[in-house]
Design a protein around this ligand. Structure first.
Ligand SMILES: [Fe+2]
Ligand SMILES: [Fe+2]
Length: 159
């Protein structure tokens, strides 16, 4: 791996940990409001983000790069509304997708087939992550802030 790709992958590890923290904050927000289903769903998402961070970490190790986890930024802990929480999740997933695409482009240009292939898993994962958070946001917007508890019923029907 060239150093530019190692650096980009290390930055992605940091980004995935930031995603983990954002989902933990979202989970805490929902828990605080008695939205147990949403709190559980965001906790599950948080666990997924930890797995993503580890997946990139393990790849860097396997490819004999040096793992350097960057400074992790504190995440938003105040939300003005339920909608804001779900919007933050959706916006973050779109941001993550853009970052994955950028590193994959970099790998392609460098002829780094191994990194390119490894990132294919993330490309597919992001389709699911964007779909889920976009749907949840639509449901929250549809029910309206006063009927946030209805989202619990919706979540209970998710696979
Ligand atoms: Fe992720
Ligand atoms: Fe994600």
């Amino acid at each position: 791996m060239n150093q530019e790709i190692v650096d980009a992958l290390n930055a992605q590890i940091g980004h995935e940990y930031e995603n983990y923290m954002l989902y933990e904050q979202a989970s805490a927000y929902c828990d605080d409001r008695g939205l147990d289903g949403a709190a559980k769903l965001f906790r599950k998402q948080a666990d997924g983000e930890l797995e993503h961070a580890r997946k990139v970490t393990d790849y860097v190790r396997d490819a004999r790069g040096k793992v350097v986890i960057p400074i992790i930024k504190a995440q938003k802990s105040e939300f003005g509304s339920g909608e804001e929480v779900f919007l933050a999740a959706f916006e973050r997933e779109k941001e993550t997708t853009a970052k994955i695409y950028k590193i994959r482009d970099l790998a392609w240009k460098a002829g780094d087939h191994a990194t390119f292939e490894m990132l294919t898993w993330f490309v597919n994962e992001q389709v699911e992550e964007e779909n889920l958070t976009d749907k949840l946001l639509s449901v929250v917007r549809g029910f309206g802030e006063k009927h946030l508890f209805l989202i619990e019923a919706y979540i209970s029907h998710l696979k």
